[in-house]
Design a protein around this ligand. Structure first.
Ligand code: NAP
Length: 409
């Protein structure tokens, strides 16, 4: 039964960050994402389905009786992206079922499998994806149980090991690196994109006292929300080419697949200023800055996400020492999952017991012994009612208790 837990995933461990997106759903709004996921469910006999895509992993967790054969995996990803070659799927996709699938999800939540070990941001992303899956009606008892276990294991790991110390996220690394480029708290910063990553960048900017921050975003509401943190100005992305107030640093991070900072826009933003000493931080995958910008303006300092990996190594060593401890704690949660799962299955099966016992009582009173009961006087009937109620109450608890005892022994 535990075998029904399946995972198909592509992660930074096997795949170049730039290519991970090709295994993700192409939908860029919730309605079409739901449609694509509904089709996957129907096509592949999936009962429950949970989907997460971050910049370093694409993860499908689902409940199904299907074997994860080569053919299954290939057809599945053909449905996700019809342009994917079978060879790419075989080379990049990790297929797991049963306890190894449980183990994997718990590793992801505990950030043991993260690009930067100990990066807690992943837990928030997993929670958000779970809420979305619930809203789609794709979550049932089995995935709920697994998710609860994952959250419990993650909390245990984060609270009882030092794996999350010396916090390193792409956002914090970016701000650190940016500050090493002689930028001061009164430097003018253009924050392009107001999603999760730039919101986190914003927190670090506030923490380091940056005050002159202007936010551009596709939707003005999110731009305003982020700009509030600095009492800064907010604009829509379409206004970027017309911005003439100058800048010292651009931090760009949007989900756009096309470049947001093109040579023409960069020139407008410079507005006659020298590109020397200006900084562009590009955290997007794929990059939001056109390659021609760097070719045309070599004096500009360019910080991009891949380059930040080097910086991550400094603190990663410290975190790695905590890994062994985290692994131990994780193992406890994985080891106890099969028992938890069985208990849950029992509880589900036992849901029918009260109704079944009530039905037996009703049949006895209304059919089998109806005539005999009609012969009884009122006080005898009252006693019989009391005895039956007592028996009904007691009987309901017996199967669950016996099953639990058997499970424990
Ligand atoms: N999350 C991470 O761990 C992480 C880490 C490093 C890098 N990244 C990369 O950062 C980028 C954004 O990630 P995120 O986590 O911040 O995502 P997010 O929370 O989903 O936010 C996406 C942002 O991009 C904007 N956007 C989406 N599609 C766009 C388009 N076609 N044109 C212009 N703007 C668009 C959104 O604008 P609206 O507000 O208008 O929707 C929003 O500001 C991605 O390239 C991702 O690969 C993510």
């Amino acid at each position: 039964m535990l075998q029904q837990y399946k995972i198909l995933t592509v992660t930074h461990r096997s795949t170049n960050l730039k290519d991970i997106g090709t295994f993700a759903l192409s939908a860029d709004n919730e309605q079409s994402k739901k449609l694509q996921l509904d089709i996957l469910k129907d096509t592949f006999g999936i009962e429950e389905l949970y989907y997460v895509a971050t910049c370093n992993r694409v993860l499908f967790v689902f409940i199904s009786e299907q074997d994860l054969s080569k053919n299954f995996v290939e057809s599945f990803f053909k449905r996700v992206n019809s342009n994917l070659a079978a060879s790419a799927t075989h080379h990049n996709v990790l297929a797991l079922e049963g306890l190894p699938a449980v183990d994997h999800l718990l590793r992801v939540g505990g950030s043991i499998d993260s690009l930067v070990v100990g990066e807690r941001q992943i837990l928030g992303q997993l929670r958000e994806a779970f809420d979305q899956a619930q809203e789609r009606g794709h979550i049932g008892d089995s995935l709920r149980l697994l998710f609860q276990r994952m959250v419990a294991a993650s909390k245990d790991i984060y609270s009882n090991t030092r794996i999350g110390e010396k916090p390193i996220s792409v956002a914090s690394l970016a701000v650190r690196k940016m500050m090493s480029c002689q930028l001061k708290s009164d430097s003018r910063i253009l924050l392009i994109g107001a999603g999760q990553t730039n919101t986190l960048v914003g927190k670090f900017l506030v923490m380091h006292g940056f005050e002159q921050v202007t936010v551009f975003n596709r939707s003005i509401e999110k731009a305003e929300l982020l700009a509030e943190k600095f009492s800064g100005e907010a604009y829509t992305l379409t206004e970027l080419p017309n911005y003439k107030k100058g800048f010292d640093c651009i931090i760009v991070c949007t989900g756009s697949k096309d470049p947001v900072v093109t040579p023409a826009i960069y020139q407008e933003l410079l507005n006659g200023d020298s590109p020397e000493g200006k900084v562009i931080v590009d955290l997007a995958i794929p990059h939001n800055t056109a390659a021609e910008v760097f070719a045309s303006y070599p004096e500009t300092i360019y910080i991009e996400i891949e380059g930040l990996r080097q910086l991550a190594n400094e603190n990663r060593d410290f975190r790695k020492r905590e890994l062994a401890l985290a692994e131990e704690r994780l193992q406890d949660h994985v080891d106890t999952f099969p028992t938890l799962f069985q208990q849950r299955q029992l509880e589900i099966a036992m849901r029918e017991v009260p109704t079944a016992i009530k039905a037996v009582r009703a049949k006895a009173v209304n059919e089998v012994f109806r005539k005999d009961i009609e012969q009884l006087d009122d006080s005898a009937r009252a006693v019989l009612e009391e005895v039956l109620s007592y028996m009904e109450k007691k009987c309901i608890g017996i199967p669950m208790r016996v099953a639990r005892e058997k499970l424990i022994s």
